[in-house]
Design a protein around this ligand. Structure first.
Ligand SMILES: [Zn+2]
Length: 254
């Protein structure tokens, strides 16, 4: 399969992820009606719905009413296209490719909804876990015991952090949504891997905070959702975890 084709396919799924990101918090159906402009409510025609290209072609405006369309749409389509190319590149056309591509699609939806609403929805997490459980019956990618330990370790460590945060900062530093996300991710990755992925997530969060601080763009007073960083840590781990660990150990211990 050609990588360009895989990219295009991924970006079409990204289009659907955009629908999920927009509609899940509003409790709207994901299938009916078809895509519509949030501003004028006119249906989006097929030629206006080509991932990335339509946004560029229409200069980021609705084809009917001309109101601005959020840059989130092409960004999610682009990320989804790239991610699908990466999972295809690293896992080939295997059941593991399928399970981790879907896993990351869920992470994209969770990250963007968390960024916008500061909430991680149970219905999304439960759907993801159920998908993993059912998939594991037919195409085992994770020993049941290892999955359970991963779930307990991922959820457990963030639960500890949230307790610690409450004691140290006397406020909710870490939401239960993050705890549940780490638990579900633990089932997909296993104990050791999920802990490293969470560590990656914290590093990415820290680096981002420092960079934002330097450029004085962040209002660090408000609560910063951890979900997008956890998702980023998990994705980085899936693709480059082993590589990073090898490089790290060969430099530190080698
Ligand atoms: Zn419109």
């Amino acid at each position: 399969m050609d990588f360009l084709f895989v990219f295009f396919l991924g970006s079409i799924f990204g289009s659907f992820l955009n629908v999920c990101i927009y509609r899940l918090p509003e409790n709207l159906s994901l299938v009916k009606p078809g895509s519509f402009c949030p501003s004028c409510k006119n249906p989006v025609r097929a030629w206006q719905n080509v991932p990335i290209f339509s946004y560029v072609f229409l200069k980021g405006k609705c084809g009917n009413c001309g109101s601005r369309i959020s840059a989130q749409y092409p960004i999610v389509e682009l990320i989804s296209g790239l991610i699908t190319v990466l999972t295809y590149y690293y896992f080939g056309l295997t059941p593991v490719f399928f399970v981790y591509t879907v896993f990351i699609y869920f992470l994209i939806v969770i990250a963007f909804i968390d960024y916008k609403t500061e909430l991680i929805y149970n219905k999304v997490l439960i759907t993801l876990l159920v998908f993993g459980l059912i998939f594991n019956v037919f195409y085992p990618f994770m020993a049941w015991e290892a999955g359970l330990y991963g779930l307990l370790a991922g959820g457990g460590i963030l639960f500890l952090f949230s307790l610690l945060g409450k004691i140290l900062f006397k406020k909710e530093a870490l939401g239960m949504g993050d705890v549940k996300l780490a638990a579900v991710a633990g089932f997909f990755l296993g104990m050791q891997n999920v802990l490293i992925a969470i560590y990656f997530g914290f590093i990415i969060a820290l680096v981002t905070m420092v960079v934002l601080r330097i450029f004085k763009k962040a209002e660090l007073k408000g609560k910063i959702p951890l979900g997008p960083f956890l998702a980023a840590g998990l994705i980085v781990f899936l693709f480059w975890g082993k590589l990073i660990i090898n490089v790290y150990f060969s430099y530190v211990l080698g």
